[in-house]
Every structure is written in structure tokens, then in C-alpha cells.
Ligand binder design. Structure first.
Ligand SMILES: [Zn+2]
Length: 234
């Protein structure tokens, strides 16, 4: 997959978009609620031709963009104060922050309960998410990998990071799956979908037909899970 940033003009407006060229047959233009524009095109297509096609859709793109500007609100920056809502494994928890003589984070009666002393609530909560993500992703990877045993591949190692544009990625050279910490906000089925997707990359590098056939055989409702996951805005 090749990703570049391109632009078109519409009236006085310069519209930037991300262009992904990958193994596919058709052009797709997507305006995300964040007003980012994603264009997917076949690998072998000439870039100028693609830009021309996108340019022809400029009016539609500008209209979509404006719709999201008018209707979409960025999730507020977390302030880590009591009453805020935090997601974990598909459920929502209200935050309760208490000054204490200890540093701890736990889920209790529908609350994300944070007692803090030496560290700030923000530090404690972020560490808690990271620890949970790592241990749950590891467990889910072990579980999902069972379905790939017959494929004769080596189990990839796991890394977690805060990724801004994707839920996971696979590095062939190091045989490593990198998972987005944020996926821990979604439920385990969605986490498994990301893992299945990346495990399929151990066998098929690009998103070709074989890749999707394999994914479909391991994770039947992947499309539904993908949509569900995409409702969480990165
Ligand atoms: Zn992929």
C-alpha cells in the first residue's frame, strides 16, 4: 500500500486528501466525520488520472465536508475529572477521582474509580489503559492464532502504540503486529477482528481477494465489526 497526500481545488478552497493506492479495482472517495478525505485507488493507476477523477467529484466532496463541519463535534479533550465518561471493552464508565494516600485505578459499580496520591489521575488512567490493552490483546492474539496453526506461520510478536489512523498494522520483517491502544475501548469481538485482519497479513501482504477470503473464513462478521469499530473516532 502506498499512501500520499494530494490536493484538488474547489472554488477558492484547496482540499487535501489522503491517497491510498492498493490492490483494488475501483476508486473510492470517502469523507470522514473528522472531515479528512480518504481516496483509495488501484495500485497501477496513474496518479494524475486519479487526481482528475477526484477533481470531478470536488463539488460532492466539498458538500460532504461542509455537512460534517456543521454537524460533527470533536470528542472533547479529556480533563480527567469526576463525571467524565470513559470507554472500556465496549462499555461506558463514569470517572470518579478521589484524592487518597494511594495510587490505584479500578472498575467498580459502573465507575472507573481512580485514587491518586503521588501521580496524576491522567498518568494513572493512561497507564491502566496501556496495561489492560497489552494483557487483553495478548490473550486475544493467543486465542485467534489458534485458527492459524494449520497455516504454518510463526506467531507474531505484539506491540501496542497509540496509532492515529489505524487500528493495527503488521510488519513482515519483524513479524510483529502493532495494535492501537484505543481499540481497548471497543469490545473483544472488535479487537479480535483487528487481530484476525493483521494475522491474515502474515499470509497475504496486500488486501487482495485471497486476503479477504482468508479473513472471511476466520472472522465471518468482520464487516459488521469493522463498522462498529469505525464509530469510535480515532
Ligand atoms: Zn490490512
Amino acid at each position: 500500500m502506498i499512501a500520499t497526500t494530494e490536493k484538488i481545488e474547489y472554488g477558492k478552497e484547496v482540499i487535501e486528501f489522503e491517497l491510498l493506492q492498493e490492490d483494488r479495482k475501483t476508486l473510492s472517495i470517502e469523507v470522514l466525520p473528522t472531515t479528512k478525505i480518504k481516496v483509495k485507488a488501484p495500485e497501477n493507476k496513474n496518479k494524475q488520472d486519479i487526481i482528475k477523477k477526484v477533481q470531478n467529484k470536488a463539488k460532492w466532496i466539498a458538500k460532504q465536508k461542509q455537512y460534517f463541519v456543521d454537524n460533527y463535534k470533536e470528542p472533547d479533550e479529556k480533563k480527567y475529572v469526576s463525571g467524565e465518561c470513559f470507554r472500556y471493552l465496549g462499555k461506558q464508565y463514569r470517572l470518579k477521582v478521589i484524592k487518597s494516600n494511594t495510587d490505584s485505578v479500578k472498575l467498580k459499580n459502573g465507575y472507573l474509580l481512580v485514587e491518586y496520591n503521588l501521580k496524576t489521575p491522567a498518568t494513572l488512567i493512561n497507564k491502566w489503559y496501556k496495561d489492560k490493552a497489552l494483557s487483553i490483546y495478548k490473550k486475544e492474539l493467543d486465542k485467534c492464532f489458534q485458527q492459524f496453526i494449520a497455516c504454518n506461520i510463526v506467531k507474531p510478536s505484539l506491540k501496542i502504540r497509540k496509532l492515529t489512523k489505524r487500528w493495527g498494522s503488521y510488519n513482515k520483517n519483524s513479524n510483529t503486529i502493532t495494535m492501537n491502544i484505543e481499540a481497548i475501548q471497543s469490545n473483544k469481538d472488535c479487537i479480535d477482528y483487528v487481530i484476525y485482519h493483521e494475522l491474515c497479513h502474515c499470509l497475504h501482504f496486500s488486501h487482495n481477494k485471497e486476503f479477504y477470503n482468508l479473513l472471511e473464513s476466520k472472522c465471518k462478521n468482520w464487516n459488521k465489526l469493522k463498522n462498529k469499530l469505525e464509530k469510535l473516532v480515532l
